[in-house]
Design a protein around this ligand. Structure first.
Ligand code: 0A1
Ligand code: ZN
Length: 885
């Protein structure tokens, strides 16, 4: 057990800084066994502060070598050092503070601060990593103009980068060289970046709308130069899109991206020097799947968009994280929707939200989009802050309409350029620009939990009146036992026999904006409300939560026939997909009941026929068809069953039964879809091709479920594949559905072909982590000893370990608890080395209350074992202790 319990930080305790740092001059001397950092900080007392004249600077794992104010070295009794930082007892109103520190980046496995990845030096400072570089006011509301000098051995580190513009370069006599960078835009320390290495780059240019010529470079290791083009194309598209849709122009003459292999997250928006996890920037058709191409495009865009939503206007404190992340995720989602298929993107986002964010909202780590307290901020880079935060911005967009939303965004950037602000400032700008009152809406920022919207209806045939009764509630979450009603935009329509019906809401003029008047947005603000539609000539099927207009659970008692109607005929793509999902869930429920009663499962032919005709309908978008026919995952089904205690075996058996029935019932349609969706053109990551491959590869999977002999199709596809999407899809089918021998042969041959490419091998690891059968855990354990695995590399840990615990439900939840023990072992190994990754791995164990007591207790036992570790990191402590409360 830890000696002292880590303390929480509270939003309510926010105090403005007592000092500002107007200018920051840093000098780095990089060596193989240590690095020295000399910081000259030009400090100024904050005239508004009532604090005393002491100065506390954050600092961790630093060796102080010198300390002076205005050139005068401080005596030992003038300051005090702790494991959290440096306290100087008395400082003047305005002064230059010089601090010399020594750090050990080569030993830094936490990947926060300055560290080494392969042979290069790089940094990660968000959220609180800068304090591992030097003593500093490491908080986002202290913004400073940075000048950075980097000195290193020229042969090993020919490229030396930091933020802004290079203003000086010189070779030194001793084989070393020096480069100085200046960033004219004041920024908080979390946006500082430094890179030193033997890097190569591709270069391009962008003409901004204001006539500026920007030099764009992507820096990578020499072997990866051929994999940068898609990221460069994505960057240029993002820059243009931000100009066209938000009127935002880039503000420097250079924009650099660097790829590093060891990185805790996807990428980081450091001013003009974005650092990327190599998995989120490198791609080529031979090595990267369609999903990989889409990820690169989305993350390049996300980081670029942060230049305005995050950097020019940043966060006052870390409780406001969603100010930049929610808004930026909304921006990148809209960008992706514009670049590809809007409906498919919406379905993908809704799936993540429902299967993972709703679970977070219902679990022990539940927190509002703007949390009120945290122990370790790294634990709050969550789906709630990012994805639900984006949904909150999307709802503002829906409530205001596109034009007023854009006025709000313009006002926000104009009012707050160069400032560190709050979510409240964002909402106020939206209100001021639109005149829409968002008072009640603000609860989305402060209340945790997923609202439940229940809809009941009544049709009066004689009066041709259709009434919807809508109630809302929100379950209690830790620290929030009681919730107030939210303002929820519920987009909807009514489906009749011949299509969607025109809407006439009692007491309201027809909606002028929708030409055909078949869609509207109901505003839910009360615990219960009635909406009356008039001149409804037939009993309609309500088409609810169109476009997933709010991050809520929806409850309406659809019959299966009604779901089939929505699935095949509704105007809204999202509702069609959702109906298919609801139908599958209802059929799965029935199968579970049959299995529980000891019966042979029999699948409702209504469902099977609906799927078969969907598959046969060539007028539909194949990507949407594929998404509609993909069954919910076992972990999502377990979340849904949480209230009664999920039974993993039952869920697995039911899902397998449905998969087999669907495969066999529609075998000829699957075969037909497989044959007709072949792409003959050269590979391109464009919506049309991606859609075809998606349906084709799903068909291949179902065919293999239908009959063992169809493995031959997968083997043929594997042998003939010219891109990684088709190759990996075939390998997945062979490894999951083939015989042991077929599977071993294919996996071995894949390894032989791709062992030189670490990112490809990560996909191979991930695929194996999800392989079925009782040997799964032993396979994962032995892969941890494989030459291709490296515990220091977060991508490999995610692929193999998180891949197993998240995607291999049945084997992770083995009855003997060995899956849980394995995960806890890995967490223990990473606890002190890389606390952020250790803490993220805990996620599946935090759900222990969702399972039957036999499994739940075994999961809990592992959390208790971790809680008792002597050197528990703050990151792991927070998640473990909250999970056990
Ligand atoms: N701001 C980055 C995400 C990020 C957060 C923390 C990191 O290290 C702990 C790294 C990156 C983004 O939203 O892309
Ligand atoms: Zn971000």
């Amino acid at each position: 057990m830890r000696d002292a319990q880590p303390r929480a930080t509270f939003l309510q305790e926010y105090q403005p800084p007592a000092y500002f740092i107007e200018r920051t001059e840093l000098a780095f001397d990089l060596y193989e066994d240590y690095t020295t950092v000399l910081a000259n900080l030009h400090c100024l007392r904050n005239a508004d502060s009532t604090a005393d004249n002491s100065l506390f600077l954050h600092g961790e794992e630093l060796e102080l070598q010198s300390l002076a104010i205005d050139g005068r070295p401080l005596a030992e009794d003038e300051y005090q050092i702790s494991d959290k930082g440096l306290l100087i007892h008395r400082v003047p109103e305005q002064f230059e503070l010089s601090i010399g520190t020594r750090i050990l980046p080569q030993d830094n496995a936490s990947l926060e601060g300055l560290y080494k990845s392969n042979k290069m030096f790089c940094t990660q400072c968000e959220a609180e990593g800068f304090r591992k570089i030097t003593y500093y006011l490491d908080r986002p509301d202290v913004m400073s103009e940075f000048t950075v000098t980097i000195e290193a051995e020229q042969a090993r580190y020919p490229v030396l980068l930091s933020n802004g513009n290079a203003i000086h370069e010189e070779s030194l006599a001793n084989g070393r060289h020096r480069v100085r960078w200046h960033d004219p835009h004041p920024k908080p320390s979390y946006l500082f970046a430094l890179v030193a290495g033997d890097l190569h780059y591709i270069e391009d240019h962008f003409h901004t709308m204001g006539g500026r010529e920007v030099c764009l470079r992507i820096f990578v290791e020499a072997k990866d130069l051929g994999k940068c083009q898609h990221a460069m194309d994505s960057l240029k598209k993002s820059m243009r899109w931000d100009e066209e849709v938000y009127g935002r122009e880039y503000d420097l003459d250079i924009f650099n991206i660097v790829a590093v292999d060891d990185f805790n997250m996807g990428a980081m928006e450091n001013k003009s020097l974005n650092i990327f996890n190599s998995s989120c920037v490198l791609c080529s058709p031979e090595t990267t799947t369609d999903a990989g191409f889409q990820t690169v495009e989305a993350i390049v865009a996300h980081e670029y968009f942060h230049n305005w939503s995050g950097n020019r206007v940043t966060c006052r404190d870390w409780f406001q994280l969603s100010l930049k992340e929610g808004f930026t995720v909304f921006r990148d989602a809209e960008f992706s929707a514009d670049m590809g298929s809007r409906t498919v993107k919406r379905v993908a986002d809704a799936t993540v939200l429902r299967s993972h964010q709703f679970a977070e909202d219902a679990g022990p780590m539940a927190h509002p989009v703007r949390p009120e307290s945290f122990i370790e901020i790294s634990n709050f880079y969550t789906l709630t802050v990012y994805e639900k935060g984006a949904e909150v911005v999307r709802m503002i967009h829906t409530l205001l309409g596109a034009e007023a939303f854009r006025r709000g965004s313009d006002l926000y950037f104009e009012r707050h350029d160069g400032q560190a602000v709050t979510c409240e400032d964002f909402v106020r700008a939206m209100e001021d620009a639109s005149g829409v009152d968002l008072t009640q809406f603000r609860r989305w920022y402060s209340q945790a939990g997923t609202p439940l919207v229940t809809v009941r209806d009544d049709y009066d045939a004689e009066a041709e009146r259709y009434t919807l009764t809508v109630t809302q509630s929100c379950p209690p979450t830790p620290g929030q036992p009681h919730k107030e009603p939210m303002l929820i935009p519920l987009a909807m329509g009514l489906l009749g026999e011949a299509g969607n019906l025109p809407l006439k809401l009692a007491g309201q003029a027809p909606d002028a904006e929708t030409a055909d008047n078949t869609s509207t947005v109901l505003l839910l603000s009360e615990p219960e409300q009635h909406f009356v539609f008039e001149q409804v000539r037939e009993r309609p099927v309500p088409s609810l939560l169109r476009g997933f207009s709010a991050p809520v659970r929806l409850d309406y008692n659809y019959s299966r026939a009604e779901l089939c109607a929505l699935m095949s005929r509704d105007d809204d793509g999202f509702v069609r997909w959702d109906a298919a999902q609801q139908l599958a869930l209802s059929v799965l429920d029935e199968i579970q009941q049959q299995l529980t009663d000891g019966q042979e499962p029999s699948v409702d032919p209504l469902y099977l026929d609906a799927c078969a005709s969907l598959l046969a309908d060539t007028s539909l978008d194949p990507a949407l068809v594929a998404e509609m026919l993909r069954l919910p995952t076992e972990s999502y089904l377990a979340e849904l069953a949480a209230a009664e205690g999920a039974d993993v075996e039952l869920i697995h058996r039911a899902r397998e039964a449905l998969e087999t029935a669907l495969a066999q019932h529609a075998e000829s349609q699957w075969l037909d879809a497989y044959r007709r969706s072949v792409v003959n053109a050269p590979y391109a990551p464009v919506a049309e091709q991606i859609a075809a491959r998606s349906l084709r590869n799903l068909s291949l999977y179902y065919l293999a479920c239908a009959k063992a002999q169809h493995i031959g199709l997968a083997q043929a596809q594997y042998a003939a594949a010219t891109n990684m999407t088709d190759r990996l899809a075939a390998l997945r089918v062979i490894s999951q559905r083939g015989t042991q021998q077929q599977s071993d042969e294919a996996l071995d041959s894949f390894y032989r072909d791709w062992q030189h490419d670490s990112l490809v091998i990560n996909q191979w690891l991930q695929l194996q982590s999800a392989m079925p059968g009782e040997g799964a855990l032993a396979r994962v354990r032995s892969l941890m000893d494989h030459e291709a695995f490296d515990l220091r590399n977060p991508n490999k840990v995610r692929a193999l370990v998180a891949g197993f615990s998240n995607n291999n439900s049945l084997q992770f939840h083995r009855p003997d608890g060995a899956g849980y023990a394995f995960l806890a072992e890995v967490i223990e190994q990473l606890n002190t080395r890389n606390p952020q990754i250790a803490s993220r791995l805990l996620n599946p164990l935090t759900r222990w209350r969702n399972y039957r007591p036999d499994r739940g207790e075994l999961m809990k036992a592992q959390l208790e074992r971790l809680a008792a570790l002597p050197d528990l990191s703050v990151d792991v402590y927070e998640v473990v202790s909250k999970s056990l409360q």
